[in-house]
Structure formats: C-alpha cells, structure tokens
Design a protein around this ligand. Structure first.
Ligand SMILES: Nc1ncnc2c1ncn2[C@@H]1O[C@H](COP(=O)(O)OP(=O)(O)OP(=O)(O)O)[C@@H](O)[C@H]1O
Length: 334
C-alpha cells in the first residue's frame, strides 16, 4: 500500500543549528502517527518541511504519492501550533475565506462548510465572532479549516498545548473519529500521555534525529523490565537510599537502579518482569532491617524509552534545550 507520508533523509539547518538531522519516516494510511520529543527537538521543522512551508536542505518528501509542492498541498491539511484567527470574522466567515484560499469550487463551498461544522460540533458557535471563542473552540475551528479541502492527511503540531483537560479530551476523541473516516493523522507532541493515548505508531525525536520508532507497546517492551519505585521514608536521607541501593544491586532480577533526589531520594529500579519480583525485593530489604514506606510497580512509560535512549527524561531534555537557547542568546548579544 502507498504510504500516506514518506520522507527520506530529511535535513534542515539554520546557521549553526541543525534542526533536522537525517530523518526518515514512513506513515501508513489510516493511522494516527505520533512525533514525540522535547521542545526544540525538530518536530515543527519536520512538519513544516512535509507541508512545503519550509524548504529542506536535502531529503525526499512524498505525501500520498505526490512529490510536487502543489500536489502535496492538495493532499494535506496543516494545523499549526499557534491559532491564527481573524477575530473580527465569525467562524463561518473564516471558513468561507479559507475555502477560497484552498480553491474549493464555489458550488461545493456551502456543503463543505456545513460538513466540517457538524464534524467538529461547531454549529452552535458558527455565527459568533471567533474572537469570543475559548481556546478549545478556536482549536476546533482551526481543525475544521484544515479539513475543508478533504485532505487525505492531516498534520497537527502540538494540537492541545494550553488547552484545559476537557478540550484536550475532545480533540483526542475527534482525532480518533478522523481515523475511522480513513484520514491519516500525523501529530506532534511533547506530552507523553497524549502520544500514548492516541498514536498507533510513534517516532521519538531528539536533537533532530529519530532515536526510537515503533508502536508504543513495542517501544516499551524494548526497554525490558518493569519499573519499581521504593521509598524508604517519605523523605529519606541519601545515605539510607544508598544503603538500599547497594543491597538490591545484588539481586539478579535488578537491571538498573538509581536514586532520585527530586523524589525524596526514592530508589528507582528496572527489574526483569517476574511474578515474585516485589517479594524478593521486600525480603532482601527486611533481611537487613530496612523498612519500606511505599513501593510501587509500573510498566515502562514512553519517558523510560526516551531515558533509555538518551540518558535523560524528556523534561530534563527540555530544560537543557531552554538553557542552551538562553546561552546562545547571550552569545549573540555580546
Ligand atoms: N526559523 C528558525 N530560525 C532559526 N532556528 C530555528 C528556526 N526554526 C527552528 N529553529 C531551531 O531549530 C531547532 C528545532 O526547532 P523546532 O521548532 O523544529 O523544534 P520542535 O521540536 O518543534 O519544538 P517546539 O515544539 O518548541 O517548536 C531548535 O533549536 C530551534 O531553535
């Protein structure tokens, strides 16, 4: 089957910054495909290149079989991170304006607008000024505009940033509905739970490169073990945690073990999944009189996948990226 989106060896630099460093992707039709990565990882640049809004330095881009700019634009809808609505127009007027931009034949415009207003449950608000819309409504209007020309592929950059939980869930629900209608959705996010909840497949991006790709289950299974978090006390001394760490290191099921000072010196373990894991750990600690305040077990998350590949959590990577941006700004001022 023809891919909905195919890119090979995409590269884009801005001066000294390598925004996209040789990314290749193959998105099958009818999927929700997630691009997950910290801010500054290169997600927006990759999407803008696919949408022909940014010209890559090199690489191949194909959207539903098309490689020419005009043909690619016909086949996809793009919903950018920032909502850019003209506040003095109503929702319906904005859609009319968009329809003209997309060169939709005049006879079809009315039907298409009604269709997207229904699809996004925007009818009650269609004749109100878009400037009065809530954040969630604005996003829904943006989505409606992106779907007016009935694209095969919808590309969404961070669709729920800044939205409340209710609006976020409504967008998720809508994207799932689009999938059942056969539309391929390529969505970027730095929210782990968003990609986990939505995506059939995911590419995890860091510093312009794909560091892992697969279904969310495949990626989590590759990390290997289960995660176990032990708290000796609510706020344990580092030495106490270190003592537990040394003892537990001797257990064959323990793959890795770290102490997290940000979590009251909690002891974090990755262990080989087996039914008696918790009991073995409890027995080992009890044998040396270490009492346990709390103990929890969970499957690896996508953050653990990121951690295993980069040695950092996504949050750490975002902090590092923000610090780098501040340092670069400082250099330019000098
Ligand atoms: N127009 C531009 N000029 C200069 N540098 C840019 C430009 N656009 C992006 N960059 C840089 O390229 C890198 C990747 O940015 P990009 O916006 O693609 O990342 P992202 O993963 O989408 O993050 P965000 O969600 O914050 O947009 C960053 O270091 C960014 O500062």
């Amino acid at each position: 089957m023809q891919a909905a989106v195919k890119i090979e060896n995409l590269r884009k630099t801005y001066g000294d910054t390598i925004a996209v460093d040789g990314i290749s992707l193959n998105v099958a039709q009818g999927q929700i495909y997630g691009l997950l990565g910290p801010n500054g990882a290169g997600k927006t640049t990759t999407m803008r290149c696919i949408c022909t809004l940014t010209r890559p330095d090199s690489g191949m881009i194909e959207v539903a079989g098309a490689t020419e700019v005009r043909a690619i634009r016909d086949r996809l809808g793009y919903v950018a991170q920032e909502v850019a609505l003209d506040k003095v127009l109503t929702g319906r007027e904005l859609l009319k304006f968009q329809a003209a931009l997309y060169h939709i034949p005049a006879k079809q415009i009315g039907d298409r607008i009604e269709y997207v207003l229904d699809l996004l449950q925007l009818q009650p608000y269609a004749d109100k000024l878009s400037g009065t819309y809530s954040g969630g409504l604005k996003k829904r209007l943006d989505l409606a505009a992106g779907l007016l020309h009935q694209p095969a592929v919808l590309i969404l950059d961070e669709p729920t940033v800044g939205l409340d939980i209710q609006s976020r869930l409504a967008i998720w629900e809508f994207l799932r509905k689009l999938r059942t209608l056969g539309v391929t959705v390529l969505v970027s996010s730095h929210y782990l739970e968003e990609i986990d909840a939505l995506a059939d497949r995911v590419a995890i991006i860091n510093r312009g490169k794909i560091i892992a790709e697969g279904t969310t289950d495949e990626l989590k299974n590759k990390v290997g073990g289960d995660r176990i978090t032990i708290r000796i006390r609510e706020f344990a001394e580092f030495q106490e945690a270190e003592r537990a760490q040394k003892i537990l290191q001797q257990l064959p099921i323990v793959q890795s073990i770290t102490i997290n000072p940000a979590q009251g010196n909690a002891v974090n373990l990755f262990v080989t999944p087996e039914p008696n894991a918790i009991m073995e750990i409890q027995n080992m600690l009890a044998a040396v009189d270490i009492e346990v305040f709390s103990l929890s077990q969970s499957r690896p998350s996508l953050d653990d996948v990121f951690l295993a590949a980069t040695g950092q959590t996504i949050l750490d990577a975002e902090i590092a990226q923000a610090e780098l941006a501040i340092a670069n700004r400082g250099k330019k001022k000098k």
